[in-house]
Design a protein around this ligand. Structure first.
Ligand SMILES: Cc1cc2nc3c(=O)[nH]c(=O)nc-3n(C[C@H](O)[C@H](O)[C@H](O)COP(=O)(O)O)c2cc1C
Length: 196
């Protein structure tokens, strides 16, 4: 079985169009019977920002080679995953802060990345990461789109060689029925499910 970590950052939960696309993708994976999906709903996790005492604790812990503290569980889980799927809407030119909070918690030296005299190198096991998103406007090829581009850069940092994005655009523009956009976006997502 291929171990897939699914990160759900669809803040609107059942109302989320992004989640609708992501669930179709995950169902298609599950139907193949060769993917074990580990679901992490970020809205239900006690994620903390790296502020004051929480950062100081991390600095102390990183002085030792031991990375067994429970606060590193998210980083270990992410490091072990063989595939990663992230679902998050397009907010304020990128994605919700909750996903950034998660990222802040998994970027841990000697778990998800390492560093030597040449710079940093990734330590993650995943061969690929798929980002599923929907956007109110049409951000196709827009330089203002910072969510997918940031995640792509992070994949390089984490050592994940392949990054793909499936994006539904223009959901709030009223130029095309939302169902049509979602149907097209779902088809695109399903094309990635065949050989994930
Ligand atoms: C807080 C917030 C910020 C948003 N920021 C943007 C934005 O910067 N650009 C844009 O095109 N749409 C923006 N949108 C619209 C969403 O991208 C769009 O409605 C998306 O489909 C929401 O996904 P969901 O249905 O999965 O929640 C924003 C929506 C919210 C609630």
């Amino acid at each position: 079985m291929v171990n897939v970590l699914y990160l759900d950052c669809c803040i609107r939960r059942e109302l989320s169009r992004t989640r609708q696309v992501a669930e179709a993708f995950l169902n298609a994976l599950e139907a193949q019977g060769r993917y074990a999906i580990d679901r992490l709903t970020l809205m239900d996790e006690p994620l903390q920002a790296l502020s004051e005492g929480f950062l100081a604790q991390r600095e102390r812990l990183l002085l030792s080679p031991d990375r067994e503290h429970p606060r590193f569980r998210y980083a270990h889980q992410f490091q072990r995953a063989e595939r990663v799927v992230i679902a998050a809407p397009f907010w304020d030119l990128s994605f919700p802060a909750l996903l950034k909070l998660y990222i802040e918690n998994i970027c841990v030296d000697r778990i998800t990345f390492g560093a030597d005299e040449h710079g940093t190198f990734g330590l993650c096991s995943a061969e690929r990461l798929l980002f599923i998103t929907t956007r109110g406007g049409d951000m196709t090829d827009s330089p203002l789109e910072m969510g997918a581009r940031y995640l792509e850069a992070l994949c390089e940092f984490w050592g994940i060689p392949r990054f793909d994005v499936v994006a539904g655009n223009g959901l709030d523009l009223g130029l095309e029925p939302v169902e049509n956009i979602l149907a097209r976006t779902t088809q695109e997502a399903l094309s990635f499910a065949r050989d994930f």
